[in-house]
Write a protein that binds this ligand. Sequence first.
Ligand code: SF4
Length: 57
Amino acid sequence: MNENNICKNCRHFRQHYIKHGLSYRELWYGHCVYPRLKKRETAAKACEHYKERENAE
Ligand code: SF4
């Protein structure tokens, strides 16, 4: 596991958005679906269940 990984780059993370006019903006948090649903900040340090997304930045 890479210590620099954050939830944003994990395939279990679902980013939350806010509607802004006609577009959507990323919020500073979302939720994690594994192993159970929980709220997580986008920049939170990755846990032991981290799995890199294919399109990770
Ligand atoms: S809490 Fe762990 S499993 Fe969930 S999104 Fe973050 S790194 Fe991935």
